[in-house]
Design a protein around this ligand. Sequence first.
Ligand code: FA5
Length: 364
Amino acid sequence: MSGPNTNHDPVPVAALDPEAIEQAVQDALDACAGATDLAGLKSIRHSHQGDKSPLALANREIGGLPPGEKAEAGKRVGQARGRVAQAFKARQAELEAERDERILVEETLDLTVGTPHHRLGARHPISLVTERIEDIFVGMGWEIAEGPEIESEWLTFDALNIGKDHPARGEQDTFFVEPQDGGVILRTHTSPVQIRTMLERTPPIYVLCPGKVFRTDDLDATHTPVFHQFEGLVVDEGITMAHLRGALDTFVQGLFGEGIITRLRPNYFPFTEPSAEIDCRCWVCQGEDARCRTCGGTGWIELGGSGMVNRRVLASAGVDPDRYTGFAFGLGIERSLMLRHGVADMHDIIEGDVRFSSAFGMEI
Ligand code: FA5
């Protein structure tokens, strides 16, 4: 027979006293309610739910009770611990909601608040129109050639058949680099790149030479002392004025629009023979408005100079003039821009006001 179960602690345990348990629960609930943030809640949670908390201690004492008392004590302690756990869980949820709310407020972005406006720069229309012109000729298979802005007098004048007594060589047109008789100047046109190209390459030559040039002109509505030109040069066997005309027509149609044609008027340049002034059909009135403001009613707009490369120029650049012929032309980029976009005053182009450049956008 088995004897009576004496394996329990007969001494009543204070921790299991209902009032003590209720007090422990109340203490836990008060502490819980008093926690103002999640960190505070975490630190008090240990005192009321941890291994050494009054309720954990009471729970451990249940094992020592007489069997008949265990169930009730277990129920009491279990319910007490449940209430405390429930309170902590609820408070935790409240504090988390408060934290999330606070973060949402603190990190809210007001998308309507004005920001400091940093005005973006703009590419200068001279750069844009230069690229556009380059694209037209590169599209025909030509190459881009360049030369220095500080140039020798020989390449700028002598090699181009511009004699010592030519007015263009005078002080009223040319910026000289000191000493004045040192033979170095700021190039007055892009034509010396013709000579450089012929000296460096052998025909066939198909090049476009855009660049900055300098003349002692005063700044006014149509002139500037620093401006841009682009020079075209073709040297090959059998080249005629018809090829010049075809290249110019393709160019003006690319820049000014379909159907625009050119006209060549006799002129004189020492480096071309024969020489011609290039006009193009007015793209505004097509020659049909005697009061057109773009062409002055003439139906034609003057673009620049051109001609067949003078035999003497071919020879001075080492090209056999009996085998090769060529054509050249030179146009002002500022004037092309003024014509294409109706810019009335050169000042607008050279003053660098970003509002002027912005009006052209990034594409011409
Ligand atoms: C020449 O400079 C020749 N080298 C062009 C040439 C090349 C002819 C090849 C034949 C063969 P001209 O001096 O006319 O030519 O100048 C050409 C263009 O430059 C003019 O049509 C004009 O558009 C522009 N230009 C001349 N002076 C100024 C200036 N001060 N400001 C702005 N553009 C100018």
